[in-house]
Design a protein around this ligand. Structure first.
Ligand code: ATP
Ligand code: MG
Ligand code: MG
Ligand code: MG
Length: 436
């Protein structure tokens, strides 16, 4: 992509409305623009990040055996009356009336809708277990939308739901998702820690929130520092092997990690003092077992092998796709700007032409651009070198290919790694090999 023809409106000044670094950088790097409180438009570079994150989430859900669907954003109030949540949900729900005066709402989550779909589609124990998910916009009329996409009102979420015949099956689904989540975050290039979370009236230990550590996080977190170094869901584990899933669950849950809401000082005191870490975290996902709460309330049952009626055991599994964009920036930036993990960067490489209009420099840049294709952003603007350096650092591309007239004459390029700051002078071919 050519920067001269792209809508990537970077800002030199710090926008006054942004209180925290990720929000400032998302505005300054031209990723988003606010439309109303907590409602954002995603510009080309921002949309590329969002799509990259969603694709990794999708691939890991599919790999874990979940099926992708797409449910609507608008739901009927009557559906939520069936579960009793229409009144219980309160002012966070955006309620709408259509032209026939029917009560509708913009979905904050989809337990009711999918339970109703399953109720209409599944009759026998043979049809279970099933796990389904979608990646769809949600609306929650947050009291205090803030910190940009970290707490929006309209936001993109992956929400998945499992349906099992019994508790043991539900536990297996939960453990499968725990592994899928850890693999997802690892591929996104961040470390997220599974923390014990509130299970509500159901009790038990089957709810975890996944937190990215960052000083601006809204939650206080307490964790064993082993989480800073242990492997998180490596590829040798198999979804087809329940022993693998159990061992992984055991490993993740035997180490202490809890948010302030669930902090247990007695258990904390049993963690060796040198391993205790306290900090702040951003909730980027949550997994939850809630039993037959919705299947019973909404009359969803299947016929068991002996003809008896079974209310499926359910769980739900959320990931904040749009929140992750901001959370990853909170965890990965410096004074100059964003430092994108390569897997989600809008562009893996930027080509900086330091002498636009110089025939030799232009020719080399064009040929690099052609070879790198869509993964590269070519800064072909007639701008000063200093401006190009500053914008590339701000936008956070993992690699920069810096091309000036002197190097170009010898087919030489300077390669800069954004994270380490390391710069090396290489031939154009070697530079391409390095960034590919
Ligand atoms: P929070 O505690 O931050 O309000 P939540 O616990 O209400 O989040 P869940 O119902 O668990 O959220 O939804 C699943 C995921 O959706 C969360 O882990 C989070 O990553 C994301 N999410 C929730 N609310 C928002 C929001 N207002 N803006 C952006 N992402 C959100
Ligand atoms: Mg909330
Ligand atoms: Mg929460
Ligand atoms: Mg939550």
């Amino acid at each position: 992509m050519r920067l001269s023809r792209s809508l990537i409106p970077t800002l030199k000044e710090t926008p006054a409305e942004a209180q925290i670094v990720s929000h400032r950088l998302m505005l300054r790097a031209g990723l988003i623009r606010q439309q109303s409180a907590g409602i954002y438009a995603w510009l080309p570079a921002g949309q590329r990040v969002l799509r990259n994150i969603a694709n990794i989430v999708r691939e890991e859900q599919d790999r874990a055996g979940a099926q992708e669907i797409l449910m609507p954003t608008i739901q009927a109030a009557d559906l939520w009356r069936e579960s009793g949540r229409y009144d219980a949900y309160g002012p966070e729900m955006l309620r709408i009336r259509d032209r026939h005066d029917r009560e509708m709402l913009y979905g904050p989550t989809n337990e009711e809708m999918l339970t109703a779909i399953m109720r209409d589609s599944v009759q026998s124990y043979r049809d279970l277990p099933q796990m389904l998910y979608h990646i769809q916009w949600k609306f929650r009329d947050e009291v205090r939308p803030r910190f940009g996409v970290l707490r929006g009102r309209e936001f993109l979420m992956k929400d998945g739901y499992s349906f099992d015949l019994d508790y043991a099956g539900a536990v297996a689904s939960y453990r499968r998702m725990l592994l899928a989540y850890m693999r997802t975050f690892r591929r996104l290039g961040v470390r997220a820690i599974p923390m014990r979370a509130d299970t509500g009236p159901i009790g038990g230990d089957l709810s975890h929130e996944f937190h990215i550590l960052a000083p601006n996080g809204e939650s206080g977190v307490f964790y064993d520092n082993a989480f800073e170094t242990i492997g998180l869901g490596d590829d040798t584990l198999s979804y087809d092997n329940q022993a693998d899933l159990n061992a992984f669950f055991e490993q993740m849950t035997s180490l202490y990690a809890a948010t302030d809401e669930k902090h247990d000082t007695e258990a904390w005191n049993n963690v060796p003092a040198q391993s205790r870490r306290e900090g702040r975290g951003i909730e980027v996902g949550q997994i939850f077992y809630f039993g037959t709460k919705y299947s019973e309330a909404m009359g969803f049952s299947v016929v068991g092998p002996d003809g008896s009626k079974i209310h499926p055991e359910m769980g739900s599994y959320g990931i904040g796709v749009s929140r992750l964009t901001g959370a990853i920036i909170e965890a990965s930036h410096d004074d100059a700007g964003i430092i994108w993990p390569a897997s989600i960067a809008p562009f893996r490489t930027a080509i900086l032409n330091l002498r636009q209009g110089d025939a030799i420099t232009d020719t080399l840049c064009e040929s690099l651009h052609e070879k790198l294709g869509d993964a590269a952003l070519y800064d072909d603007r007639p701008a000063r070198a200093g401006e190009k350096f500053a914008d590339a650092d701000l936008m956070g591309h993992p690699w920069q290919l810096i091309v000036g007239p002197r190097g170009a004459a010898n087919n030489q390029v300077e390669v800069k790694n954004r994270r380490s700051g390391e710069r090396t002078e290489l031939s154009a071919d070697d530079a391409l090999t390095k960034v590919l």
